[in-house]
Design a protein around this ligand. Sequence first.
Ligand SMILES: Cc1cc2nc3c(=O)[nH]c(=O)nc-3n(C[C@H](O)[C@H](O)[C@H](O)COP(=O)(O)OP(=O)(O)OC[C@H]3O[C@@H](n4cnc5c(N)ncnc54)[C@H](O)[C@@H]3O)c2cc1C
Length: 447
Amino acid sequence: MGLMRPQVLIIGCGFGGLEAARALRAAEVDITLVDKTNHHLFQPLLYQVATAGLSAPSIAAPIRHLFRGQRNVTTLLGEVTGIDANARTATLKDGAVLRWDHLIVAAGATHSYFGRDEWAAHAPGLKTLEDAFEIRRRVLLAFEAAEREDDPARRAALMQFVVVGAGPTGVELAGTFAEIARHTLPGEFRRIDPRQARVLLVEGSPRVLQAMPESLSESARAQLAALGVDVRLGARVTGIDAEGLDITTSAGAERLASRCVVWAAGVAASPLGRVLAEATGCTLDRAGRVVVEPDLSLKGFANLQVIGDLAAAQSHAPGQDPKPVPGVSPGAKQMGRCAAANIKRRLRGEVTQAFRYRDYGNLATIGRNSAVVDLGTPAGPLRFSGYFAWLFWLFAHVYFLIGYRNRFVVLLDWAWAYWTYDRGARVVANAGLAGLNEASPVHDVKA
Ligand SMILES: Cc1cc2nc3c(=O)[nH]c(=O)nc-3n(C[C@H](O)[C@H](O)[C@H](O)COP(=O)(O)OP(=O)(O)OC[C@H]3O[C@@H](n4cnc5c(N)ncnc54)[C@H](O)[C@@H]3O)c2cc1C
């Protein structure tokens, strides 16, 4: 037996971890890729699962399958709960210990309810497949319960959908809920008219899609209104319970009765950030993200890099001031490649490189035929919205989907949905209406 090769441990196989493992394909290292789920998830299309447009396998691929051809990768299913930076080990929830010479932590982010964790039960966020299934269940069952509800006020509450947070995910969800109510469901119910459903998008700041230029925010707001979404800007949520939510605007306090509230407002780093802070003394920012050195390592721990949404990283372009890297998939992928390159450099005894983020632009979709695009080109920014922006968004997302089968299936599903307005992924397991209808009214079958 020869000498043991350097052991690289990658925690998390999202956009960052996947890219890092791939970039080490030809390196003389053994890679262990550990994730608490068995799949890589294409989060940008998760809202399509939450709104019954796509089924889960279209946007998720088994990690083991993705790396079947890369001999230096071993895939393990497990949740990392502890890291010892001096002993160079990571501990899994079940007590197993993994040894590493080089560690890349790419555990991503979760929701933040701004200290109001009790809201989580009433307003699920969207981050994992389970979240998407839960939102889909709530939306579809709210219509089912409304069909069985005789009391007009309760029926209206069941048909009022509220999305909190008008970032890209909130905008996509609200636009698609409106589309379902207006185009997919009409004709299928006998006692309610799904077109009467109201969709509200509640946002604390004065505009939607804050990361976009103001003109595109305004275009997105107008496109949402055209789809029938009631956009409430400058509205702060002060309470959420099983019956609805309380908001405050410049006009005063308002109660919105709703049985289906979705949270798309806050992001917090993975709890592994705190684990790393205890293990290494590194600093966390306000969102719990790990403050990294220019080369993505931690101070005093050159063999430990943190990437993706978990990292508070800066982009270091020559001759420019460092700029924060946004929490988007291209940022995570580019950091994954940089972390892999730095491991290879260290193995060759070379100095590591500082991370530089290349921003190719920003896209957001709102619904059928509507989207906004902001691209950086050598000739200056290229901004457009509406149908062509939507087509651009669609092809860009299908292009970046992992796995050819997925791309083909997604395009086919979309083409079908486009022409028929159908949303095929509407089968819900565990379809009890418990809690949605107050009592079980006796229905007059001729009603
Ligand atoms: C709904 C939604 C829509 C989005 N839309 C877009 C978009 O349109 N465009 C865009 O650029 N970006 C988008 N983003 C952001 C983008 O998905 C993230 O920036 C990107 O996923 C970050 O990559 P990451 O590798 O850091 O983390 P992730 O991709 O989140 O991956 C983290 C991985 O770590 C695993 N993990 C976490 N904790 C542990 C643990 N303790 N042990 C083991 N494994 C663990 C998780 O299971 C997961 O597989 C969206 C995000 C969401 C949630």
